[in-house]
Design a protein around this ligand. Structure first.
Ligand SMILES: [Zn+2]
Length: 448
């Protein structure tokens, strides 16, 4: 979420889409047990599920992921410290739901690198900057106060954090460290596939190329070894940096594509939503002709939607936020999104913090779900907004009365919307992992 995007009926969803229609009384009973097991109101069954889901996470399975240009075998390993959380007895309902969200293999499609940097990593970046630039005196007292852990963050506080992160990520060593840590944290949160986006910047200490190379190095650091996460990159075009800056980014992108670099898979249009995005359409067409994916931040603000028809007609692969499409877009535009099932990346906490949705329950998530349009639960800026992807799933479950199976379905929807070919070996492996998780959950439910 860009700072400029900040803005000055709770409906229930059917939650049993997954359960097969029973044909006999025995199956009736089984189906009901699955239904009960996965419903948000069941207690005992779900506590068993948590235990078994924990076991699923620890199974010594091996899948092949095409992580970059070279394939590697990645075992499913979750940090040992998480075991206790899953197998601990006496969890209350909220804790059980949280544990399920954590154990679910998730897909993150809308994560900005800078906004995803945690407070712990910010401290590391301060130390690193001190080492490289001895004249740097560290953070001011006001900045240190902003970085104190808080239970509740305000929009004002969050947007004061962005300049701090920006000032600490002006050199390539910082970009590499930040990328590494962000990926490690997503992996620890049970994210199995991550599309990380950032605007490559030239500064006094690095070129744009240095910046991109530092990101790819960070990805290689964080995904080498037994960490079950696949990471791809979207290069962001910042609306407010102008056409020349965007052209430079696309030129660099061409060089990476020509070298066969498979980590960078597309382009994101982001930045100040008050700047008209239509000027970037010819460039985005060039990107598409290169065989890359395109996702556009759209309709973040209700009063800046003149561009909407043209950008939707471009038929992006995904839409970031799209908060006011249903309410302020033309009917034909809403129909176009719905007809082509263009996935929306929806970031509940971010929208709430920025005031573009009043509460999570008021989110446009429910509108698009009702239209059977793909919605991808995402974080936007997990580090600075203090909400990881498990928490976003948890909040969605609570606000929209989603069952365990609905949550698995959300992860599947995101995977389907990822910038991967569906016959790609990485996609197939990830899909197998989710299918396996789902099958095991149902099997446990039937046995319980
Ligand atoms: Zn965003």
């Amino acid at each position: 979420m860009h700072p400029k995007a900040a803005k000055s009926g709770n409906r229930r969803f059917g939650r049993n889409r997954f359960a097969p229609k029973p044909t006999s009384s025995k199956r009736d009973c089984s189906a009901n047990r699955v239904k009960t097991f996965f419903s948000t109101s069941s207690c005992l069954h779900r506590s068993i599920c948590i235990l078994h889901c924990a076991k699923i996470c620890f199974l010594p399975l091996h899948y092949r992921f095409d992580q970059s240009s070279t394939s590697q075998t990645v075992p499913f390993v979750i940090e040992e410290s998480l075991i206790g959380k899953y197998i601990m007895r006496g969890l209350n309902e909220v804790q059980k739901l949280k544990a399920f969200c954590k154990s679910l293999p998730k897909v993150e499609l809308h994560a900005h690198l800078n906004g995803s940097i945690s407070f712990d990593t910010i401290q590391e970046l301060v130390t690193l900057k001190r080492e490289i630039f001895p004249e740097f005196e560290g953070l001011s007292d006001v900045e240190k106060t902003l970085l104190q852990p808080k239970d509740v963050l305000t929009m004002d506080e969050v947007f004061k954090l962005f300049p701090i992160v920006h000032s600490l990520t002006l050199h390539k060593e910082a970009i590499e460290l930040a990328t590494t840590r962000v990926i490690e944290e997503f992996a620890a949160d049970g994210v199995m596939y991550l599309e990380l986006r950032t605007t490559p910047k030239a500064t006094a200490h690095m070129t744009k190329m240095d910046c991109i190379q530092a990101i790819t190095s960070g990805i290689k650091n964080a995904t080498t070894g037994p960490r079950a996460i696949v990471v791809k990159v979207l290069l962001s075009i910042d609306r407010s940096r102008g056409l020349k800056d965007a052209q430079d980014t696309v030129e660099l992108l061409k060089q990476f594509v020509q070298k066969g670099e498979s980590l960078i898979i597309g382009v994101d249009l982001s930045g100040n939503p008050k700047v008209d995005g239509r000027q970037y359409l010819p460039l985005l067409t060039t990107v598409r002709e290169m065989g890359l994916k395109i996702t556009l931040h759209l309709a973040e603000l209700s009063n800046y939607i003149e561009e909407l028809d043209a950008l939707i007609a471009f038929k992006p692969d995904r839409i970031g936020h799209g908060t006011f499409i249903h309410s302020h877009g033309n009917a034909s535009t809403v129909q176009f999104v719905s007809k082509h099932k263009i996935p929306l990346e929806i970031c509940l906490t971010s929208n709430e913090l920025c005031g573009t949705t009043k509460t999570v329950a008021d989110s446009h998530f429910k509108i698009w779900k009702k239209l059977a349009n793909p919605v991808c639960i995402s974080t936007d800026d997990k580090g600075l907004m203090g909400s990881d992807l498990s928490n976003e799933y948890f909040r969605a479950a609570q606000a929209f009365d989603l069952s365990r199976l609905d949550l698995i379905d959300c992860a599947k929807t995101s995977l389907k919307a990822a910038s991967l070919q569906h016959d790609d070996s990485t996609f197939i492996s990830l899909k197998e992992r989710l299918d396996f998780f789902e099958k095991e959950c149902i099997s446990i439910a039937l046995k319980s």
